[in-house]
Design a protein around this ligand. Structure first.
Ligand code: SF4
Length: 94
């Protein structure tokens, strides 16, 4: 597959409900997104042009579009988040 161009959030509009882009409310990025090349800054906030709800994306495991982290798969077939991320997450009580 061709390398997908990293898109911007040009044309996103800040409203009372949050940042909207093409009619979708964009949630700010999750802490785990820090370092990902896809993060786009709009009006002082950081958003993901790939996922409107980055936190939901990470809740299921590692984000498969993250440019700064890669999921490893252990022998049991479980996806492992790298140890640093896992300990950070544990510290935040998740
Ligand atoms: S692609 Fe994934 S890791 Fe990167 S900013 Fe979006 S949700 Fe976060």
């Amino acid at each position: 597959m061709a390398k997908k161009k990293i898109i911007s959030l040009e044309g996103a509009v800040k409203t009372d409900a949050g940042l909207t882009y093409k009619g979708v409310i964009m949630d700010p990025i999750d802490d785990k997104c820090e370092g990902c090349e896809r993060v786009a800054e709009v009006e002082g906030g950081k958003y993901c042009p790939t996922y409107a709800q980055p936190t939901t994306k990470w809740a299921k495991g590692i984000c498969n579009f993250a440019t700064h982290a890669r999921a490893g798969v252990d022998k049991g077939g479980k996806v492992k988040v790298n140890p640093l991320k896992a300990s950070k997450r544990a510290a935040r009580g998740r």
